[in-house]
Design a protein around this ligand. Structure first.
Ligand code: TXA
Ligand code: MG
Length: 363
């Protein structure tokens, strides 16, 4: 088993500060240059980096994460100019996106050059590129002198890490080092837009919204499930590169979306029914829905509050922490509140909640 091999690695933990920044980054870059693996924060989630142009180094990422072969990785670059070293036939619209959103939470899928190994791109002719808005990965790419293959630094099937502690929980003994740079600011993975097709297709929603993309390059098409459960809209076919994206916690997640008052009432009913069946129930709630529960005298076994439904940015930052925390409590079911405002990061937040849920209600 790969995992057993992986578990023998000694994982070093670097706590980065103003004083040791240079020394830590030099050491981490040296690990990358030698073909090793280093996890680090970005503005979205923690990434697990290795030399993206070295197939042996990239293989270590797949082994450490137990990521299914064929699931494409994206590359972190240091600048728009770097993009030209690994991608070809870059459309003019893609340059406009780089100008508008890089550094930032936007992964741009482009035709790949030969130099990008098959294992990195999951045998696809394309590659996702992102210039992160975070000093640590930018310096690491620069000092290592190579684009970094950098998927989220979690075990496959677990939520992406928003804290170094999440990375350590999943990957200790499997990777060479973790740079602890504190919690990630956004908390959800980047928007992924495929620029190899016209009109461009948004493969994964993130902090850069469809409306923001359309202001810069005109029409784009979403390819993920935007539909609210029960509206009769169908889930779009997953495209190449998306077929592995599904993440579901071990505990069953039931999501309730729709009218805010009815969401609270429906979760209340589901809670009472589950408890009558003797189930242990966890609640993933907005503050407002939690307030309604308190006023109704309803209680569950475990709670995680994501913040106000009017502040999806805060809820997004806390989502993966909440799912991890509740998933670790040996519950029978997690009832999740889908009443968050869909503005700003709300659309991406709801997308991740839908991905995590195995049952969805629209009320
Ligand atoms: O915010 C982020 O993007 C984080 C940080 C660490 O940079 N990274 C991340 O990587 O979420 P990962 O591998 O977990 O997700 C990358 C997504 C996947 O859904 C992958 O399938 C898609 O991008 N992707 C990568 N290359 C692709 C390609 N050539 N065609 C289609 N999708 C691609
Ligand atoms: Mg991931």
């Amino acid at each position: 088993m790969q995992a057993e091999n992986g578990n023998k690695i000694k994982t070093r933990l670097f706590r980065v500060s103003e004083e040791n920044f240079d020394a830590v980054l030099d050491e981490a870059a040296e690990i990358i240059r030698r073909g090793g693996t280093v996890a680090f924060p970005t503005e979205t989630v923690y990434g697990l980096g290795a030399n993206g142009l070295d197939p042996a180094a990239v293989r270590k990422i797949f082994e450490a994460k137990e990521r299914p072969p064929g699931n494409p990785l994206s590359l972190l670059v240091h600048s728009g100019d770097d993009a030209g070293k690994v991608a070809k036939n870059i459309p003019e619209k893609a340059f406009r996106l780089m100008d508008a959103f890089w550094p930032g939470p936007l992964t741009i899928v482009l035709e790949k050059k030969e130099i990008v190994p098959e294992i990195t791109s999951g045998n696809l002719p394309s590659i996702g590129l992102r210039m992160p808005d975070h000093r640590i990965p930018l310096e690491l790419v620069k000092r290592a002198g190579t684009p970094l293959a950098a998927p989220s630094a979690n075990l496959s099937g677990k939520p992406s890490p928003s804290l170094a502690a999440h990375v350590l929980a999943d990957l200790t003994g499997r990777i060479d080092a973790v740079i602890d740079g504190g919690g990630t600011v956004i908390g959800l993975e980047s928007t992924v837009v495929d620029m190899t097709v016209e009109p461009p297709v948004v493969l994964r929603p993130g902090a850069v919204s469809i409306a923001e993309l359309e202001r810069v390059i005109g029409r784009v098409r979403p390819s993920y499930d935007e539909a609210v459960a029960g509206t009769g809209e169908t889930v779009p076919e997953k495209q190449a590169g998306q077929k592995f994206s599904h993440y579901t916690p071990d505990t069953q997640v039931v999501l309730v979306e729709g009218d805010r008052k009815r969401v609270s009432e429906k979760i209340g009913t589901l809670l009472e029914n589950s408890r009558h069946e003797g189930k242990k129930v966890g609640l993933l709630l907005s503050n407002e829905t939690a307030g309604f529960f308190a006023s109704e005298g309803l209680s569950a076994d475990e709670y995680f509050l994501l913040g106000s439904r009017e502040e999806p940015e805060e809820a997004a930052r806390r989502l993966f922490e909440g799912l991890r925390a509740l998933d670790a409590k040996s519950l029978d079911v997690i009832l999740a509140d889908g009443s968050f405002s869909p503005s700003g990061l709300g659309a991406a937040l709801l997308n991740r909640l839908r991905e995590a849920a195995s049952v969805r209600y629209a009320v």
